[in-house]
Design a protein around this ligand. Structure first.
Ligand SMILES: [Zn+2]
Length: 50
């Protein structure tokens, strides 16, 4: 089971683009024991990978 995180497309739900996302912050997920990256789109929408 391989997961290429660097290539996983994370898209803004509003404008459906993945190119304008900036890493906003990282939150520690206790359940999965790893960081969740929070991205902010240019439109202001917050997106995160799960
Ligand atoms: Zn957007």
């Amino acid at each position: 089971m391989t997961q290429d995180q660097t290539a996983s497309p994370i898209r803004c739900l509003k404008c459906k683009t993945a190119s304008q996302l900036f890493v906003c912050e990282r939150l520690w997920d206790l359940k999965k024991a790893r960081y969740i990256r929070i991205y902010r789109c240019e439109c202001g929408e917050l997106v995160w990978d799960e």
